[in-house]
Design a protein around this ligand. Structure first.
Ligand SMILES: CC(C)(COP(=O)(O)OP(=O)(O)OC[C@H]1O[C@@H](n2cnc3c(N)ncnc32)[C@H](O)[C@@H]1OP(=O)(O)O)[C@@H](O)C(=O)NCCC(=O)NCCS
Length: 148
């Protein structure tokens, strides 16, 4: 069984950096947000981080350990994140991903997120180039989920 619980001290940096390669950004939102970790028999399988601003909760990081991807854990984490965002009083839940993140765009839309805006050049400020699915990651696609 997979348990998802809030973690306040011991953050899985290696994992979180797989979803967001900027250590400064990860440290920044861990200091202000809520980190949840999925574990099975004590082993960390995945994590996500929520950041609240008024009635908007953003999923600023979501990741599943590489060896466990494609088994429905990402969907489970996303559903848990939506549940916790509702408990926090969110009216809207937002998430951003790269223009090259085809699988992530599929997952988020399958879970009810709709495309909202494109932040052109967002990933161009990252130190290293990000290439996925043969596509250079330059722009952030922002998606939102409306509660009710
Ligand atoms: C994104 C991530 C969290 C998804 O976790 P996961 O456990 O592999 O996801 P799931 O197994 O729950 O699958 C999610 C759904 O997306 C679908 N999906 C994935 N890639 C797809 C693609 N290219 N086309 C269509 N659907 C796709 C799956 O079919 C599945 O839908 P289904 O349940 O209807 O079959 C995981 O791949 C990951 O950690 N990636 C690296 C970090 C990252 O990029 N984080 C997000 C930053 S924005």
């Amino acid at each position: 069984m997979i348990d998802i619980t809030r973690e306040t001290k011991s953050f899985p940096f290696d994992l979180l950096l797989e979803a967001d390669p900027s250590i400064d950004k990860v440290k920044g939102y861990l200091g202000r947000g809520d980190c949840y970790i999925a574990k099975q028999n004590g082993e960390v399988l995945g994590a996500y981080v929520l950041l609240q601003k008024d009635s908007i909760v953003e999923i600023v990081n979501i990741v599943v350990d590489e060896g466990y991807r494609g088994k429905g854990i990402g969907k489970k984490l996303l559903q848990d994140a939506l549940f916790n965002a509702i408990q926090m009083g969110a009216e809207t839940v937002e998430i951003g991903t790269g223009n090259s993140s085809i699988g992530q765009l599929a997952l988020y839309q399958k879970c009810g997120f709709r495309m909202m805006e494109i932040v052109q050049g967002y990933f161009e400020e990252y130190e290293e180039d990000i290439i996925e699915n043969g596509i250079v990651c330059r722009d952030m696609i922002r998606l939102s989920f409306s509660i009710n």
